[in-house]
Design a protein around this ligand. Structure first.
Ligand code: AMP
Length: 488
């Protein structure tokens, strides 16, 4: 995204108002279900999980910010992740957006910085952040930044975010105001580092979020460049935390390269997504009936926020235009839209001005938008991980949601088996016709009836990669609460 004509966009200044910094949505009726999420820690000598935020022994300002954020008790990834990170251990965590992983890494990191009296200074030509957080998309890194800003509120620690689509001059000025926690997308981060405004020698924490998505998006060379950039402390001298929704072999390889050998592996079941908080409905369609069927669905959703996923950028524009013509207030988000337009679209969707958002997967990845009641898979993705990610946009924070997916047996047959697996794993109704399509399908990914889908986590247990998952199965996706079979 970041290469192209000179970008002049400067985002609107963020409100310094406490009520907007700490704005959050009430956790839904099913929030307690977080406790049922299965968690598995493997590796040598893991620290004991905490049960409450008090046990995290955070300093006063962090505690205050946690309670202003409305967090009453830690989510499972926080219960395990916080003590692991506080103990100075490297971590590979399989957890999705929605599990509370952002606070799981931010809180112990900020706690350490505060304890060491780290304070931002605007008086240095080169800023030397203690923490670098990398995430694949602009929206996701912005969300992480907003959380960092929230937790660091009223302290001397200053987070900064850098990503493509925003004026570089503006970004550099922001960095030079003081920068302890640098959040960025890979391209822009390397760009800013390359300009000599950032020194890496003080980096103590390196966080790679949505690592699987970074690989999918071709960022592996960028990540490797980052860890071998001049000044970057070697892995022995920094703490590295990797998060990924799935744990395919290339992520295991990256973990082996970037993390200390005694890293801990934390696997967290899914929140929302394939869990039973999301009602999943599969509708049989043909290529030509889809648009009308979409209109039918949207008639029933009314003003409730609905995300419609499509495969291509062109399709996103096309469907959004079609819906607008049909008087459904719709906006769209995809990678070809300018940053200003993307932010406008998200704003209109969040505010309810346009309750329908048509999106491509890449653009929508990891967005944490409140009250998404419905997800429509207008086009099914070509792998089941992506399906689980998409439906994870709803049913968040313990709220219930509904996901409708259009299944065209002509085009989507290869997904039938894994879809049946996900549906039945989440106690959802599997239509008879879909079972038949699945029965007749060949060579599909990840269908392993009654088998160990999430299997034996990773090398932590066996000493070598004995993972019997041959695909990038969504680690979390199928580890649904109460579904013990999916876990060793
Ligand atoms: P994340 O997985 O980090 O994207 O978090 C998903 C959402 O859950 C965000 O809106 C968080 O602010 C919220 N959240 C995270 N941890 C907690 C908690 N312990 N209590 C309530 N809400 C939380």
């Amino acid at each position: 995204f970041s290469r192209g004509p000179k970008v002049t966009y400067v985002p609107p200044a963020l409100s310094e108002d406490e009520s907007s910094i700490f704005a959050h949505y009430e956790s839904g009726i099913n929030f307690d279900k977080y406790d049922d999420i299965l968690v598995d820690v493997s590796g040598h000598d893991p620290p004991k999980a905490i049960m409450t935020f008090e046990e995290a022994a955070l300093c006063e300002s962090l505690n205050r910010n946690v309670s202003k954020s409305g967090y009453k008790k830690p989510t499972p990834v926080q219960k395990h992740g916080i003590p692991i990170i506080s103990a100075g251990r490297d971590l590979m965590a399989c957890a999705q957006t929605g599990s509370g992983k952002t606070a799981a890494f931010l809180l112990p990191i900020l706690q350490r910085l505060m304890a060491d009296g780290v304070a931002a200074s605007q008086f240095s030509e080169v800023q030397e952040p203690e923490v670098i957080v990398v995430a694949p998309t602009r929206e996701l890194i912005n969300q992480i930044y907003m959380e960092a800003r929230k937790f660091a509120h009223g302290t001397c620690v200053r987070p900064v975010v850098v990503y493509g689509g925003i004026s570089t001059g503006y970004t550099i000025r922001e960095v030079l105001k003081g920068c302890n926690v640098l959040c960025g997308t890979p391209g822009r981060l390397l760009d800013i580092i390359g300009r000599g405004k950032i020194g890496l020698s003080k980096v103590r924490y390196l966080v790679l979020d949505e690592a699987d998505r970074m690989l999918d998006m071709g960022f592996e060379p960028d990540m490797r460049k980052l860890v071998s950039s001049p000044g970057m402390p070697p892995k022995e001298d920094r703490q590295t935390l990797m998060f990924s929704a799935t744990y395919p072999e290339d992520i295991q390889r990256l973990a082996a390269d970037f993390l200390k050998t005694d890293y801990l592996f934390l696997a967290v079941g899914v929140v929302g997504g394939a869990c039973s908080d999301v009602e999943q409905v599969v509708v049989q369609v043909t290529k030509f009936s889809k648009r009308d069927q979409l209109l039918e669905v949207l008639k029933t959703t009314g003003t409730e926020r609905t995300m419609v996923f499509v495969e291509t950028k062109r399709q996103a524009d096309f469907i959004a235009t079609f819906l607008c013509q049909e008087k459904v207030p719709t906006t769209s988000i995809h990678g070809d839209r300018e940053q200003r337009e993307r932010e406008q679209a998200l704003g209109d969707f969040r505010s309810g001005k346009c309750p329908v958002l048509v999106a491509t997967s890449v653009a929508a990845r990891g967005l944490d938008i409140k009250d998404v009641q419905h997800v429509v898979n207008f086009d099914l993705p070509n792998n089941i991980d992506e399906y689980v990610h998409r439906i994870g946009r709803t049913g968040r924070c313990g709220n219930t949601g509904k996901a409708v997916c259009f299944f065209d047996p002509e085009a989507d047959g290869n997904l039938a088996r894994s879809l049946v697996k996900v549906l039945s794993g989440a106690q959802q109704e599997v239509p008879k016709w879909l079972e038949e399509v699945a029965f007749n399908a060949h060579g599909t990914i990840g269908f392993n009836p009654g088998g160990r889908v999430f299997a034996s986590t990773d090398s932590r247990k066996g000493g070598s990669f004995q993972n019997d998952r041959t695909t990038s199965q969504p680690a979390a996706a199928l580890g649904v609460a109460g579904d013990d079979d999916e876990w060793e």
